[in-house]
Design a protein around this ligand. Structure first.
Ligand code: F6R
Length: 592
């Protein structure tokens, strides 16, 4: 994962680089560092978050060029030696790296044979030395980068400074994101546009296998053959990528409360005068296909389970795959499959791997993503944006609801049956009501479960898909181990884990499944479980903990997910953990 930033010619490089790293720390926060040129390359780095780095970097830095990095460890533990920036043996090359070099061991052996040695365990230090090795033998820095691109296997976004060129920054990209921000008399680089948007609205997005040279007034980009590439300037507006908390204490809370406006924005974007505005060719491709495959990870995979069911109800056969599973045993069921990828970030390495396989097999693909300009947005055949606005909290909330909502609209458009539009409009006041009036009840459950080590979520059909997402959300932010179980599967094994006072949270929002779910509740209660029920009015009983007004049952992931998200949020806040940055995780999973 990791976040990188860099600037040239900017009047306050310390401010840009450190604030930029703070903005990017959703990508990793094990350790952080900066490097700049002032009569030689100077480096400040340490284990810990960017806030700590801010304390150790001098206030009065004088430089024209600076790079910075916030790390999510892949090679080597988080310690000072492994923290970026990394400098080469002869101190010529200093760089920050996001990505994973797959053949770093071979490259390391090669460099050892050339009398290089290493102070840490990272693949990134090896890249710095490889560039230096070529540079010292040929004295041409751009040519050294081109040679490295041929040798290195894996993913990298690199911002590089060379002690012989104090006014120039060098960049290289493959598989990991890198964006250039163009200013007037200054230029920036970063992993995404968010650190730069305060200072410029003009960006250049690099493609894979591109490298280049940046000065404060110019940007040159080359392809892998060394041919200069003409890049177009992309404009982005501040609203779409602003990290402003807007008065909320945490991003997770802010983002949960943006769910209603996210649904409205999707309706405004994909529906005009009661009719769908989806691209006709895309709809035809979906209609003509005899099988729809979904590929995604984590929360996005959970939304594919719901979306797949929508298409199945319209008579389409579907399959849903976890990207990291499918990539190692790819199958293309049906005679004419159509492939839908889902990714909030649009940068998930497991999914990019799948896309490569899809392309090698000459299939088209559609990406549903929240990030216009991301790798998957640019490289899939079709793209539909989620329009959820930037999601900063590591735990995905509004993007999940946006994915499910968009899949409901798309399935409906393919079936030529615009019923979902009315249903979605009808649930908006209900979500508002949950968000304004249900918090005390949710907090009661949060207080009751916060000290538990294990718990279970139960549901059937759409409520089971919702349980899976509720369970993932709770475990990733509150560190309570939780598992989602389809009600009917209980007695096939998991019920063995139910003991006196084991918490079991049950969703019953679907009248088709209410009866067997009540049976499941009796089964776990008979073994001592402490049950918390979230039900709709139609199927509720007096003892249920939270009762929600009735709504079209297939929208439980759109409506009741707010309750599940608040629950995860409040438990975590009660436990005093960092809800926006849970341990060991990062927002954009750019390593496999
Ligand atoms: C959980 C969460 C992750 C992501 C997963 C895929 O809250 O956010 O499970 O859903 O890492 O990420 P994207 O959707 O960016 O491909």
């Amino acid at each position: 994962m990791c976040g990188i930033v860099g600037c040239l010619g900017f009047k306050n490089p310390r401010e840009y680089v450190l604030n930029g790293l703070k903005t990017l720390d959703y990508r990793g926060y094990d350790s952080a560092g900066v490097a700049y040129y002032n009569d030689g390359i100077r480096i400040y780095k340490d284990v810990g978050a960017v806030e700590h780095l801010m304390e150790i970097v001098p206030q009065d830095i004088k430089t024209e060029i600076m790079i910075g990095h916030t790390r999510w460890a892949t090679h080597g533990v988080p310690n000072v030696a492994n923290t970026h920036p990394h400098i080469s043996k002869h101190k010529k090359i200093c760089l920050v790296h996001n990505g994973v070099i797959e053949n770093y061991e071979d490259v390391k052996k090669f460099l050892i044979s050339k009398h290089y040695d290493f102070y840490g365990d990272t693949d990134s230090e090896i890249v710095a030395n490889l560039i230096e090795h070529y540079y010292l033998s040929e004295n041409d820095i751009l040519d050294s980068l081109k040679k490295c691109m041929f040798v290195l296997k894996g993913s990298y976004a690199l911002a590089i400074i060379c002690s012989d060129y104090p006014d120039e920054m060098f960049i290289m990209k493959n598989g990991s994101p890198l964006v250039i921000g163009k200013g007037d008399g200054f230029n920036f680089v970063a992993s995404d546009a968010s650190p730069m948007i305060k200072y410029t609205d003009a960006f250049i997005e690099l493609n894979d296998q591109e490298y280049g040279r940046i000065t404060k007034n110019s940007v040159e980009v080359f392809d892998a053959n060394g041919v200069k590439v003409t890049k177009k300037l992309i404009k982005k507006d501040i609203e779409s990528i602003s990290h402003d908390l807007k008065g909320y204490p945490h991003y997770m809370l802010k983002e949960i409360e943006e769910i209603p406006q996210t649904i409205k924005r999707l309706l405004e974007t994909y529906v005009k005068d009661g009719k769908y505005t989806f691209d006709k060719t895309l709809l035809n491709k979906l209609k003509e296909s005899d099988h729809i495959m979904f590929i995604a990870c984590g929360t996005s995979y959970h939304s594919s389970l719901v979306g797949g069911r929508y298409f199945e109800h319209y008579g389409k056969s579907t399959s849903k795959y976890i990207a990291s599973e499918w990539a190692f045993d790819p199958v293309f069921p049906g005679n004419k499959p159509f492939i839908i990828l889902i990714s909030q970030s649009g940068e998930t390495a497991d999914l990019i791997h799948c896309l490569k396989i899809i392309k090698e097999n000459n299939y088209e693909s559609l990406i549903l993503t929240n990030t216009g300009g991301s790798t998957l947005d640019r490289n899939c055949t079709y793209s539909l944006l989620l329009h959820a606005g930037i999601e900063v909290s590591v735990a995905s909330t509004k993007a999940y609801v946006a994915q499910v909502t968009l899949l409901a609209l798309l399935a409906d458009a393919v079936a030529d049956n615009p019923k979902v539009i009315e249903d979605l409009n009808s649930v908006l006041p209900l979500i508002d009501e949950i968000q304004t009036s249900y918090k005390p009840k949710i907090m009661e459950i949060a207080n009751a479960i916060k000290k538990k080590e294990h718990l279970f979520y139960l549901g059937r059909s759409y409520d089971y898909f919702l349980s899976m997402e509720a369970s993932l959300k709770l475990k990733e932010v509150s560190y309570i181990h939780s598992e989602a179980i389809p009600g009917g599967e209980l007695k096939h094994g998991p019920i063995a884990l139910i003991e006196q006072d084991t918490p079991v949270i049950v969703f019953i929002t679907d009248h088709h499944t209410a009866l067997p779910m009540r049976g499941n509740i009796r089964e776990v209660q008979a073994r001592g479980a402490k049950v918390y029920v979230i039900a709709t009015e139609r199927v509720a009983t007096e003892t249920d903990n939270i009762v929600v007004k009735n709504y079209p049952y297939y929208l439980s992931s759109v409506v009741v997910s707010s309750i599940a998200f608040y629950l995860a949020y409040y438990v975590t806040i009660e436990k005093g953990y960092n809800v926006d940055k849970p341990r060991n995780l990062a927002k954009s999973v750019t390593v496999e």
